[in-house]
Design a protein around this ligand. Structure first.
Ligand code: PRX
Length: 654
């Protein structure tokens, strides 16, 4: 089945809309615009009220917002602990037996049911162990783990003792781990022997060994036994998780954290080769994840919620760990891939646990479309009452397919736009209130002020431009680790008093947002952000490569795919083997998700007379489009040759 992507203009013409159904509204938490109105009338008062409702404070805050553009302080004077808010207070309220996670391993038949009390006990034991290893409040801790329950345990243990964590996605390379540990000067790294992925063991501990060799700040590595296969353990430096928690008690006094103490950093790709450590702090972030999770997913006491992201990305931080646990919700957590052992794995999990809310990425939906509706059709999915998407624009066909084949033509689909930097969902429907339009993330949430602006930062009422955020919000990033200047330059230099999101967007005459993808040198591959320059520097790191230019090419399954143009050094010959090697080299330096799908060799790259690579032309070539303006090209002969080569490469692949 091929997936056709309709243009937004066709969609705007078609105007297919889905108002909330009476059946959904009957149980919905909100069905009118009261929240929007309250937030609009008094934004700070609104957030103060939410902060009192959602957070259990050790000491109440005495200020709501201090805004020193672009630096925000939320809930100043307040003290709280995020792990207390995720665990202890639910247990203290008598909900200790409620399931926090139904964990499904990738190998069939292996499951764990973890209640809030179980989770609290385990977090306390590990928090004590970390303290015993000398980890203090303010120390940074690295986490590089598969999707196993010890991953949220590790994060919450860090939060409990006030040690900011820095989770590195388990699919990233040793080099990526090392760079992030060095940037954060982390003192300890938590990992597993290996992880399971599509039946194969991923060598996490071995990657860590390679990483830590040149990460001098790491004193200890704590290793969770997952696959049980043998891995090398360095005496004194490396410790088994089960050993360090063995004698620890199941109580541990949480650190009383200031509202603005750092909770974590999470690295994300920007427009340079060096990823940025996005900083999120304690109270504002936690409030914002709970608030948005609660309302966007219409959380009910009997909700069984499943966010199918990986915790290594911000979606998992906010909507597998901090939001759902803060709200005391029962979640499903799954370790593996959707096609292991069969292509119906997700649907069997939904039927087994009676999942009511599913949150996943459009790229997954397009893959399911390709696999065919017969896989979900084998299972009873009638427990589902709400579906969500995140990570990239969703094409309307995929939206409709998702609602029809997964949601039984019944459920709302909430398309949620946000970023690592925003901490939580910014633009999305409230499912009991908003009229849905396939392909549109609809409107800013209550308390959020967003607009589409032109090149000068002027607000556009109807039409296309750049997505911008107009007011600070509690979940916003507090900066980039160690680089305030880059923070100002990246997000605030463009429009001054408005946050520049890096996304193109259109706004229609109902005020609904249609996101169009990145406008900077950042690609979005299967919902993952990858910078073109990062991939370019990985390519030129290879001895055969003299120069490389990378652009995104649209792809029916992954949204965008990485397309590279490579000039070789003298003495190296173009060959299919070299293409394979270069792909592998990028995967080794960054991780498999950054592996270019297309590589075309070229004796030269198209450049302007001043030597700037003309990416716009490369994008046209990659997409097999008519070339745009070529008058500024230094050497016009190059592009015809490139077009031919790029076409040949694509024919070969097809
Ligand atoms: O381009 C937007 C796209 O993903 C980017 C943020 O990526 P990241 O920080 O990795 O976070 C992903 C998960 C929140 C955005 O700048 N994006 C995210 N959600 C959507 C989206 N594009 C269109 N529609 C969405 N719903």
């Amino acid at each position: 089945m091929s997936v056709e992507i309709k243009t937004i203009d066709t969609l705007l013409e078609e105007r297919r809309t889905f108002p909330p159904t009476a059946e959904f509204q009957r149980r919905a938490r909100v069905t009118d615009d009261s929240l929007y109105r309250a937030a609009e009338a008094d934004p700070e008062g609104f957030w103060a009220e939410q902060a009192r409702r959602y957070i259990s404070w050790y000491k109440p805050f005495d200020r709501v917002l201090e805004w020193n553009l672009p630096f925000a302080t939320w809930f100043g004077g307040g003290r709280m602990n995020v792990s207390y808010n995720c665990l202890d207070r639910h247990v203290e309220a008598g909900r200790g037996d409620k399931v926090a996670y139904h964990w499904e391993a990738e190998p069939l038949g292996e499951t764990r049911t973890i209640t809030y009390r179980d989770l609290l006990d385990e977090v306390c034991r590990f928090a004590n162990a970390l303290r015993a290893l000398g980890v203090k409040k303010g120390d940074r801790v690295g986490i590089y783990m598969p999707m196993i329950p010890e991953l949220p345990v590790a994060m919450l243990a860090c939060a409990r003792i006030g040690a900011p964590h820095s989770v590195v996605f388990g699919g990233f390379s040793a080099e990526a781990v090392r760079d992030r540990m060095n940037d954060a000067e982390a003192v300890l790294l938590i990992t597993a022997d290996e992880g399971w992925r599509r039946g194969n063991a991923v060598p996490l501990k071995r990657n860590v060994d390679e990483a830590v060799e040149r990460a001098p700040s790491i004193r200890n590595v704590v290793v969770v036994r997952r696959t049980g296969n043998e891995v090398p353990m360095r005496e004194r430096r490396d410790l088994w998780y089960h050993d360090v928690i063995h004698d620890q008690p199941t109580t541990c006094e949480p650190e009383q954290m200031e509202s603005e103490d750092l909770l974590f950093t999470l690295y994300t790709s920007g427009t340079t080769a060096k990823p940025k450590g996005i900083k999120h702090t304690t109270a504002g972030y936690h409030l914002y994840t709970m608030f948005t999770h609660d309302y966007v997913f219409d959380i009910q006491p009997d909700t069984v919620y499943w966010c199918a992201a990986d915790i290594g990305w911000v979606t998992g931080h906010s909507y597998i760990v901090y939001g759902p646990l803060g709200n005391g919700v029962t979640s499903v957590m799954y370790e593996g891939t959707p096609d292991y052992p069969n292509k119906d794995r997700w649907w069997s999990i939904i039927a087994k646990h009676g999942v009511t809310v599913l949150y996943c990425a459009p790229t997954a939906i397009r893959t399911f479309m390709k696999w065919g509706p017969e896989h979900p059709a084998q299972h009873d999915l009638s427990s589902l009452r709400l579906l969500g998407t995140v990570g990239e624009p969703i094409n309307p066909e995929a939206w409709i397919w998702y609602r029809e084949h997964i949601g039984g033509n019944r459920t709302p689909v909430v398309d949620t736009w946000w970023q690592t930097e925003t901490g939580g969902i910014m633009i999305a429907p409230l499912p009991g209130v908003t009229t849905l339009k396939p392909g549109s993330a609809t409107k800013p949430l209550p308390g959020i002020s967003a607009a589409v602006v032109d090149e000068q930062g002027q607000i556009i009422k109807v039409g296309g431009g750049y997505a911008a955020l107009l007011k600070p919000w509690p979940g916003m990033l507090r900066g980039i680790w160690g680089d305030d200047e880059r923070y100002k330059q990246t997000y605030w230099a463009r429009f001054g008093d408005k946050y520049f999101a890096g996304d193109g967007a259109r706004i229609d005459d109902d005020g609904d947002f249609w996101f169009m993808g990145r406008v900077d040198d950042v690609m979005n591959v299967a919902g993952h952000r990858i910078s073109t320059t990062e991939v370019e520097s990985a390519l030129v790191d290879h001895p055969a490569v003299a120069e490389a230019a990378v652009v995104a090419k649209s792809d029916a399954e992954t949204g965008q795919a990485i397309s590279a143009f490579v000039t070789l050094r003298g003495g190296y010959d173009e060959s299919t083997e070299l293409i394979v090697e270069l792909r592998g080299h990028v995967a080794k330096l960054i991780g498999p998700i950054a592996r270019p799908k297309w590589i075309a060799f070229t004796p030269d790259l198209p450049k302007t007379r001043s030597g700037k690579i003309m990416r716009r032309l490369l994008r046209d070539i990659a997409e097999n489009r008519q070339l745009g303006d070529t008058t500024t090209l230094a050497d016009a002969g190059i592009v015809a040759d490139l077009q031919r080569r790029s076409q040949e490469e694509q024919d070969k692949e097809a």
